[in-house]
Each structure stands twice: as C-alpha cells, then as structure tokens.
Ligand binder design. Structure first.
Ligand SMILES: [Zn+2]
Length: 158
C-alpha cells in the first residue's frame, strides 16, 4: 500500500514493515464441494490438471455475491451437465494445503452426464464402495457416508 517492504511477524500473517497498517491475513478461499448422487451412485470425477488416476467430488470456487449452495448447483450443471435437486449442507472443513474452506453439499442429480473441459473422466461408485482421503473434500464425503451408516475406508491422497 505504501511501497515499504513486507515482513512476516507471525505465521500466515504478512504485514507492512512501516506504519501504513497493511496486513495480509491470507484468508482461505471458499470452495463448494458436492457429493453428487446419480442413479443411486456417487459421481467422482478426474480433473484434467490432476496427476494420477484418482477421482474427487465436483468442486468450484464460490463466485462474487453467490451463495455456496447456489455454487454447488451451478458447478454440477457446468461440470457434469446434470440438474441438481436442493443441496443439503454436509459440513464446512478447512483445507490448509490449498488454503481453502470446503463447504460440502449433497445433491440428487438427474440428466445425462456430459463432462465439461475441466474434467476428462468420471466413475460411478456405490456409496458403500467409496474410498475417501483424510482431508478437504474427503471429509465431506466421509461425513455424508457416515450419515448413511457407512464407515468409509480412508486412503492417502497420491
Ligand atoms: Zn505500508
């Protein structure tokens, strides 16, 4: 703000070294993550930019002035071309590695799956066969499965 150098006075908080008062709090970015239930199975998709063959929930950044639930419905339409029913909030989870806050929703979705350019493949997995990773979006999937009486197997993310 004032062109003075920045200093890290404590973890994750970078401040102006002079007196203008600028502080970069490094707040996390909100991301909607959606457990999409389609014909009784969960849609897990592979992002084109990801290495490896693992699959994840449908996710997206919440837009300016958009609610997280609206974002969930929009992302399901954009990424899968499916029509989502009313989203049910699963929970809200920190995802420190990506500096995100994951807002997890479940939706029932209908239509014909057509992937957009962000995704290159998907799998349909019965709820009792889902493997989940122990961070970020995996915690949302875990908690939704637990709500259905399924204790999922946890895996390390590759
Ligand atoms: Zn300054």
């Amino acid at each position: 703000m004032c062109a003075a150098s920045l200093v890290e006075r404590r973890k994750d908080r970078i401040e102006c070294s002079a007196s203008c008062g600028f502080v970069n709090y490094d707040n996390p970015t909100p991301v909607a993550a959606v457990v999409v239930e389609f014909e009784g199975k969960i849609v897990l998709a592979h992002n084109r930019s990801w290495p490896g063959t693992f699959n994840g929930l449908i996710t997206g950044f919440v837009d300016h002035a958009e609610g997280a639930a609206e974002c969930a419905v929009r992302e399901v339409k954009e990424e899968l071309d499916l029509d989502a029913g009313p989203p049910t909030l699963i929970g809200v989870y920190p995802f420190e590695r990506m500096n995100q806050i994951i807002v997890g929703y479940h939706v029932q979705a209908t239509g014909v799956i057509t992937l957009n350019e962000e995704l290159d493949s998907y799998i349909l997995v019965p709820p009792d066969a889902c493997l989940v990773w122990p961070a970020g979006t995996g915690l949302a999937l875990r908690d939704w499965l637990r709500g259905r009486g399924v204790e999922p197997e946890m895996i390390k993310r590759p």
